[in-house]
Design a protein around this ligand. Structure first.
Ligand code: SF4
Length: 347
């Protein structure tokens, strides 16, 4: 009977190659892609006007299409919070809990194969590829702590690891698997060429914003300021967009950097107090935090105006909109950007 494997598909080349290697051994492969809310996938590029020439696609779906496999996109936003907030194995260079993340995702894939009557799990992991989660020492940790044990097959580096159940049972031929190690991408690129794969996503850094330093600083600021480590999906989406400036512990400004971000932030106006320049082209600012007093409002308006085309004008008109969506016009002298206290600028 045809064996069935589920492949963790990130949208990158490695998981694509891993799935293809198993597919070509006659195994029926389907893909699973986990949506955490932190995914880089298309988000910022989809928003920012300056990136409009870049191809916008969901790379996981695109990989599935290239492989001719069914893709299951699974929302794990809520369950994933505990991984980000309190990772047993700690963080990488930024707030990326890569090892706990892998364990969590493989564990969820294990549940999935149980529910869907599949036989084993494939990932695109390569020993030595990433400093935190893809080391020789962490490979068994992921297999053990996820509970997947030897149902977890890493086709790209299987020859450097003990035999798994699919190999022992002859569901896949071990000699047709790979023994790739290290950070070089050349073996994967050669394999891609062999498979006739010419177009693939080349993510810089990692698969999610948690590997990004500036993003991690913003997330840490959010936790510090709230006095607790928690977040909602809207919080982590808004950390991907705009300049974040905190002039006081009471409030933070999220200031759009260009038209695409202004449009994106407009969708959140009803949840926040906001400021928009009227007399000159300029940003939209969302104000996160308590209702502003008169001095705080003046400061927020001046900072917003400082980022507008009226930055050199004596006065800029802005429209302030409170939480009840009552708006009023305010004339303000712009604050030059270089006079904004550096300590206020989160990222
Ligand atoms: S980069 Fe992000 S999605 Fe990828 S393993 Fe690390 S925490 Fe998980």
């Amino acid at each position: 009977m045809t064996k069935k494997a589920v492949a963790l598909i990130s949208g990158g080349l490695d998981s694509m190659l891993a799935a293809r290697l198993i597919q070509q051994q006659g195994v029926r492969v389907e893909g699973i892609n986990f949506f955490t809310g932190f995914c880089v996938e298309g988000h910022t590029h989809a928003i920012r006007k300056r990136d409009r020439d870049r191809v916008k696609r969901n790379n996981a779906l695109w990989v599935a299409e290239q492989l001719g496999i069914k893709l299951h996109i699974v929302d794990i936003v809520d369950d994933y919070k505990k991984v980000v907030i309190n990772p047993k194995h700690g963080y990488g260079a930024n707030l990326n809990p890569c090892l706990d993340c892998k364990i969590f995702m493989v564990n969820r894939a294990l549940d999935w194969i149980g529910e869907h009557d599949f036989d084993f799990i494939i990932t695109g992991e390569v020993i030595g590829q990433r400093p935190m989660s893809q080391r020789k020492a962490t490979m068994p940790v992921i297999a053990q702590e996820s509970g997947a044990e030897d149902l977890l097959l890493r086709p790209l580096c299987a020859l450097n690891l003990p035999e798994t159940l699919p190999e022992r049972e002859g569901w896949v031929q071990r000699d047709q698997l790979m023994g790739i190690t290290g950070r070089s991408r050349k073996p994967q690129m050669a394999l891609a060429q062999e498979f006739g794969i010419e177009d693939y996503a080349q993510p810089a850094g990692g698969c999610c914003f948690l590997t990004d330093q500036s993003y991690s600083v913003k997330l840490q600021d959010l936790w510090t300021n709230r006095g607790r480590r928690e977040y909602e999906l809207d919080d982590i989406m808004l950390l991907k967009v705009g300049r974040h400036i905190r002039p006081s512990p009471d409030f933070k400004l999220i200031i759009s950097r260009e038209e695409g971000e202004t449009n994106f932030l407009s969708g959140y106006r009803r949840q926040f107090q906001s400021i928009k320049t009227v007399s000159h082209p300029g940003p939209l600012t969302l104000i996160e935090g308590a209702d502003l007093d008169a001095d705080q409002l003046e400061l927020a308006c001046a900072i917003t105006a400082g980022y507008s085309k009226g930055r050199d004008a004596d006065s800029v008109e802005v429209l302030f909109c409170d939480r009840a969506q009552q708006s009023r016009s305010i004339q303000i002298k712009p604050m030059p950007v270089d006079r904004i206290d550096k300590a206020w600028i989160i990222a």
